[in-house]
Design a protein around this ligand. Structure first.
Ligand code: SF4
Length: 371
């Protein structure tokens, strides 16, 4: 069910220019080449070469094209636009190794993504945006204050990853490589699902970027009517941002909670979650608001019967000063209470907080105006 939201009419989210082939699913690119008279084997080889060039990010598009045979190159040159969809406008490096990147689109919008190395050095995650601004207006989130400006195109999502790849290799060399992608940046991914699922397919395609689908996570505030499409169309992980143990408090921090209560949300999840899959439930802990042991009991009860894990995230400073992080003792007590109920609960500490790159802090336009 739809919550209290403001959606832009479709006419305002029309693409500003054609999607460059970089953002095409490899199958589509192969079809396009074949429709221009290229033999299937040649088309497949060309797409493989281009994917490899993009994945290693050491070649420009022109250099990638030069890898192909002359007939393929001629056809691809027609398809390719050499102007990227995004340009890097700002980069902020955190003390913890995270990099917050601010991109400008060709129509002057700004959006952000964050590169987050894990503390143990084993993986590097890129957190990408799916929209400029967001219609969902969660109380703890800077992006929500912008309202929805527009949906991102597939190429604008994919290029956040490709640009991050390039930057990371320049800064850090080859290791550790970017391994994970989370759709937890600006925007509600399920409100832009057609573009997001295309981006997931491109990022995970071995002919393109080859990120393991098991390492791609799409986070939602619980857009219930889109959940069946999500589980039908991708094997990526779903993260559900819950953040409150009852309806009244959820509606206070997440307007979507006014349109779909927790019982309905659970019913919807159980109705469409395929056998053998589980969800990740994210619960931001706010001091004195949702962090009591009784709240852990309510949360544990709601999770009963849902194949899931639970991440507990101490709140980051955000637009509402009343929503503060609890002290460490309370966080650990909350986790312990969940573990006692059989919930697989982990505490996740924020990355990139000192550069405004942590969960709920991506501000895009606000940051540009303030700067
Ligand atoms: S938390 Fe996510 S869904 Fe909520 S306002 Fe922020 S970007 Fe939108």
């Amino acid at each position: 069910m739809m919550g209290d939201i403001e959606m832009l009419p479709a006419s305002e989210t029309v693409l500003t220019r054609p999607r460059p082939p970089l953002a095409w699913p490899p199958q589509l690119l192969m079809q396009a080449l074949q429709s221009k008279g290229i033999r299937p084997g040649q088309a497949r080889q060309a797409v493989r070469d281009i994917g490899h060039a993009q994945r290693t990010a050491q070649l420009t598009r022109a250099q990638a094209l030069a890898l192909c045979s002359k007939p393929v190159m001629a056809q691809l040159a027609d398809l390719y636009l050499d102007t990227p969809s995004l340009t890097l406008a700002e980069r902020a490096s955190s003390q913890d190794g995270s990099e917050r990147l601010l991109w400008r689109t060709t129509d002057g919008q700004v959006l952000e993504s964050v590169i987050i190395p894990s503390s143990n050095g084993r993986r590097v995650t890129v957190c990408v945006s799916s929209q400029v601004g967001c219609a969902r207006r969660c109380a703890f989130c800077e992006t929500g204050r912008l309202g929805l400006q527009r949906n991102l195109q597939t190429c604008e999502i994919v290029e956040q990853f490709q640009g991050s790849l390039l930057l990371w290799q320049q800064v850090r060399g080859d290791r550790p490589a970017l391994s994970n992608v989370v759709f937890m940046g600006m925007g509600e991914p399920l409100d832009n699902w057609p573009q997001v699922v295309d981006a997931v397919n491109i990022l995970s395609d071995t002919l393109a970027f080859g990120v393991s689908i098991r390492k791609i996570t799409v986070s939602t505030v619980g857009v219930a009517q889109q959940l069946p499409a999500f589980f039908d169309q991708t094997r990526a992980n779903l993260a559900l941002s819950l953040n409150a143990p009852d309806d009244a408090r959820r509606a206070r921090v997440m307007p979507i909670g006014r349109g779909c209560n927790l019982a309905e949300l659970k019913e919807k999840i159980l109705a469409c979650l395929p056998a053998g899959r589980e969800i990740l439930v994210e619960y931001i802990l706010f001091a004195g608001f949702n962090d009591a042991l009784a709240d852990a009991d309510l949360l544990g009860a709601w999770l009963q019967g849902i194949p899931s894990r639970c991440n507990l995230i101490p709140a980051n400073p955000g637009p509402d000063p009343a929503l503060r992080q609890p002290d460490q003792e309370q966080v650990l007590a909350f986790q312990k209470r969940l573990l006692e109920q059989g919930v697989r609960a982990m505490v996740r500490y924020p990355h990139g907080r000192d550069v405004g790159g942590a969960c709920g802090q991506l501000a895009g336009l606000h940051r540009q105006k303030a700067g």
